[in-house]
Design a protein around this ligand. Structure first.
Ligand SMILES: [Zn+2]
Length: 303
């Protein structure tokens, strides 16, 4: 483990800010793009890529003294419990991405509670530390469900949620929500919300949170927007998925050009390069460290 070391290449001087770094761990065939056109894949061992990809990501982070949060799906952890070991052994945070990647927009309060309880019993049966953080599949915390989502998460022992995109997009977002950490809930029990990063620019909020935003935006532009965000005093919360680092992207065959574009464009080598640049530029924190510092900003680590 290289948590406290950093290669002596002078990069530290280039770092000018903090970011919250996160990965949503799911298989390529569980995404909204693929499940929209084919039934969710059975957990065929040959098709699972996450254990290999999470290991590669953990090694990449460890080599750079970087730390992150991994939001893992319950039904993936059930068949691949080794993923948790690889994350925890290197000192990263293991958090919860729900059970089977079902959007909260398709759930009522009761089915959401059952979804979370199923995850927590799996965590207990594997003797894993209870997760403090939750990220909804497809960022599906909305204005309509945020009050009961916060109450249920808080009752289940979660400290924070990181599912709100503070901008309205095609499938997700709450356009009037704060862009820095805030309390999610409506007078009842609350959790700390760590919204996904947007950059205020000419009266707009431009998403810079990573994932598809990183794949579709030229890297220089993404990096420039992110630096502006950090200079503005935010600790941006960044996400991506292990399948975005896969190469060749083997989910593309047999899918329409639209699905290939949504899921495959910019993935593989380009994502490793993008992640490397981010880690050169910013010190990364697991999201729980941002939540713990709330309502203050977290401090950089003493070196
Ligand atoms: Zn997801």
């Amino acid at each position: 483990m290289t948590m406290n070391s950093h290669p002596g290449n002078g990069r530290l001087n280039d770092r000018n800010g903090l970011m919250g770094l996160s990965f949503d761990v799911e298989e390529w065939f569980q995404t909204a793009a693929v499940t929209a056109v084919s039934a969710p894949g059975a957990f065929d061992e040959k098709r699972r890529r996450s254990p290999f990809l999470v290991d590669a990501l953990v090694r990449f982070l460890d080599e750079r003294g970087a730390r992150a949060t991994f939001f893992v799906l319950g039904d993936l952890l059930r068949v691949e419990p080794g993923i948790a070991d690889s994350i925890l052994e290197s000192g990263h945070e293991l958090a919860c991405h729900g059970w089977g990647h079902r959007s909260l927009k398709e759930m009522d309060r009761k089915s959401f509670r059952e979804d979370i309880e199923k995850c927590l019993s799996l965590w207990d049966s594997l003797s894993l530390p209870r997760p403090s953080g939750y990220r909804a599949p497809s960022f599906s915390v909305t204005e309509g469900n945020s009050a009961w989502v916060a109450e249920e998460l808080s009752s289940a022992g979660f400290v924070y949620d990181s599912s709100v995109f503070p901008v309205v997009l095609m499938r997700y977002g709450i356009d009037n929500s704060p862009i820095s950490p805030y309390e999610l809930g409506d007078g009842g029990r609350t959790v700390i919300e760590l919204p996904l990063a947007v950059s205020p620019f000419m009266g707009l909020r431009v998403p810079v949170a990573g994932g598809a935003w990183m794949r579709f935006t030229p890297l220089h532009l993404h990096s420039w927007l992110l630096r502006r965000t950090v200079r503005g005093g935010l600790v941006p919360v960044i996400y991506s998925h292990p399948w975005e680092y896969d190469e060749p992207f083997d989910g593309t065959s047999g899918f329409s050009p639209v699905v290939r574009l949504r899921q495959g464009r910019g993935s593989g080598k380009r994502m490793w390069k993008a992640l490397g640049r981010l880690l050169d530029r910013f010190e990364s924190l697991p999201l729980m460290e941002i939540a713990s510092a709330y309502p203050e900003r977290p401090e950089p680590r003493k070196r």
